[in-house]
Design a protein around this ligand. Structure first.
Ligand code: TYD
Length: 145
């Protein structure tokens, strides 16, 4: 994984999970409220993603998530309404914590890539912001500046 531009401050950061390695292979584990800063309410994963597909294209009002590439690789584009950054995820023990009010897009999936997401809440369509201008207004309204 690499950060190819400035990271938005405060709202997005890397999460490194433990690994137990021996000659039989590597084992990584994750505990809610320990390795990720929330109780894990939901896990979902993307697979069979066409290499030219684009996923995401939304933000969340409340939801926090951590995104991992369990297999293969993909690009995660992040936008906090002020600045953009991108991550190339390819390490199954290193994820990206995405706070609320962060616009995210994913693309450039490698063949056979598997994206796993740990989420702080159950699925709720009402928590999505799927329109970019609405997202920018929500960021502005939540700012103390
Ligand atoms: P969406 O979150 O828009 O996918 P992505 O961000 O990867 O492009 O979800 C796609 C569809 O799947 C949408 O109709 C909602 C549904 N969905 C659920 O029913 N439960 C879930 O936990 C998730 C993440 C999505």
């Amino acid at each position: 994984m690499g950060v190819t531009s400035r990271m938005p401050s405060g709202s997005v950061r890397l999460i490194d999970l433990p690994v137990v390695s021996d000659p039989r292979g590597d084992l990584t584990f994750v505990e809610g409220c320990n390795h990720v800063p929330f109780a894990i309410a939901r896990v979902y994963y993307l697979y069979n993603v066409p290499v030219d597909a684009e996923r995401g294209g939304h933000a969340h009002k409340v939801l926090q998530q951590v995104v991992f590439a369990l297999s293969g690789s993909f690009r995660l584009k992040i936008d906090n309404g002020l600045e953009q950054s991108e991550f190339w995820l390819r390490n199954p023990r290193q994820g990206v914590l995405i706070d609320r009010l962060i616009w995210r897009e994913m693309d450039a999936f490698s063949q056979g890539a598997v994206c796993m997401v740990l989420a702080s809440h159950p699925y709720d369509e009402a928590d999505y912001i799927r329109d970019y201008d609405t997202f920018l207004r929500a960021v502005r309204d939540s700012s103390c500046l």
